[in-house]
Design a protein around this ligand. Structure first.
Ligand code: HAM
Length: 417
């Protein structure tokens, strides 16, 4: 679990605001969901024999003896909330949420026990156009962030019936090669054989490569749905790879699944993943409701952006007010507020607790501000202020206080003022 320190938070804010802008541009609305849900909800949604439920959940009993779990992902809670508040009856919904998720995984680069997702979910739309829209949305996120080096992988898991005939064929094949399986795969053979295809064990790759593939077992409707999605991606010029071994680690998916992966981050290269989960609402006790969604892993996305050399706004103040003498101190806080009124978005830090001219300039420099603005007794008397650039060699200028905001607006053309 990471602390996000002051030096890092502006990159997070930039990332989150770009992602928010994109989801809003597609008409999605925010949901704010609890961090805790009943354990049962995750067991039923994600699946009893998944890694998440078997090994990774932070589960405890509360004071009433109820078993609760810190959310390992957001889809289950989102569906629970929509059902509880009647948001799914004869309506479509386009929703998003964000925040921390918790999985007790073995930590490594790009894999944390508390990590952050932006999740996006849609309900009530069955056709491939919503699948495509949501994938377009992810492509737009990367484009807006200036991100390269990502590949879109897509697959179709078909209906539960198609999947179960595939599963039978796969189990038969794997039983024939039982001696070559590792312990984990033998255990999964009965419980969750599709996950064996995801195995990271290099020794298993020959077995996996010769295994029957899911697309050969797809039902006709799923095949059409998938072809429809690919046609829409083609029409938009979005490159993709069909990966017949992409199965995902959560049980609720049907038909389309997708992941955006990169080779720049080592083993944890999936920055965004999701798919269709048409059976989940009904399985949790609601009416049959088609659904599609995905989640972006923010730590990984940020790491990839940094790896790619994308620069973020630093969030430093534009201006540091150096206040010398009694008059400067008295006028300073008020003048700073006048500037904030005149230039919404302007970031001003005022020197507090006095200090010599020199020590105040040191603080101004350390704050990262672009300019220092000096108010001393003389300036206050003459209603002026002295503006001194801190990051360039440009000379200082004496401004009338009433003209200062206008001058700053010009100088800070790149700032949101
Ligand atoms: P997921 O594949 O489990 O899907 O997680 C989505 C993304 O969260 C991953 O691709 C990865 O970027 C990030 N992530 C997952 N675990 C960690 C971790 N331990 N540390 C850092 N990042 C991590 C879901 O959670 C589904 N709820 C997505 C979805 C929404 N499907 C339909 N709707």
């Amino acid at each position: 679990m990471n602390d996000i320190l002051p030096g890092a938070s502006s990159a997070w804010q930039h990332l989150e605001s770009v992602l928010r802008e994109v989801v809003h541009a597609y008409g999605y609305t925010e949901m704010r969901l609890p961090l805790l849900e009943k354990t049962e909800l995750f067991k039923r949604s994600i699946g009893e024999v998944t890694d998440i439920v078997e090994k990774e959940m932070y589960t405890f009993e509360d004071r009433n003896g109820d078993s609760l779990t810190l959310r390992p992902e957001g889809t289950a809670g989102c569906v629970r909330a929509c059902m509880e508040h009647g948001l799914l009856h004869n309506q479509v919904q386009r929703l998003w949420y964000g925040g921390p998720m918790f999985r007790h995984e073995r930590p490594q680069k790009g894999r944390y026990r508390q990590f952050h997702q932006l999740g996006v979910e849609s309900f009530g739309m069955a056709g491939p156009d919503i699948d495509a829209e949501m994938i377009f949305m992810t492509a737009r996120m990367w484009q807006r962030l200036g991100l390269e080096h990502t590949t879109l992988q897509v697959n179709s898991l078909g209906t539960p019936q198609a999947r179960s005939s595939y599963r039978a064929a796969l189990v038969e094949y794997l039983k024939g090669r039982y001696d070559e399986l590792d312990e984990d795969s033998r255990r999964r053979l009965e419980s969750n054989p599709l996950r064996i295809l995801d195995s990271k064990n290099p020794a298993l790759q020959v077995v996996v490569e010769a295994a029957p593939v899911l697309p050969d077992y797809l039902d006709e409707e799923s095949r059409e749905h998938f072809a429809g999605l690919l046609a829409l991606l083609d029409a938009a010029g979005i490159d993709y790879e069909v990966n017949p071994r992409l199965v995902r680690g959560l049980d609720y998916y049907s038909r389309t699944v997708f992941e955006w992966v990169t080779d720049q981050l080592g083993a944890q290269g999936t920055i965004c993943a999701g798919g269709r989960y048409d059976g989940l609402v009904e399985y949790l006790g609601g009416r049959p409701t088609p659904a599609f969604g995905f989640a972006v892993g923010l730590e990984r996305l940020l790491a990839l952006l940094q790896e790619s050399g994308v620069e973020f706004p630093d969030g430093c103040p534009h201006l540091y007010l150096v206040l010398v003498g009694e008059q400067g101190r008295l006028r300073g806080l008020v003048f700073a507020d006048e500037l904030r009124d005149a230039l919404p978005g302007l970031r001003v830090q005022c020197n507090c607790d006095g200090g010599s001219f020199k020590s105040q300039f040191k603080r101004a420099d350390r704050s990262g501000a672009e300019y220092a603005l000096v108010l001393g007794d003389d300036e206050v008397e003459q209603q002026t202020a002295t503006l001194k650039p801190l990051r360039t060699d440009a000379g200082q200028e004496v401004l009338q206080q009433q003209d200062t905001a206008a001058r700053l607006r010009k100088l800070l053309a790149s700032a949101p003022v």
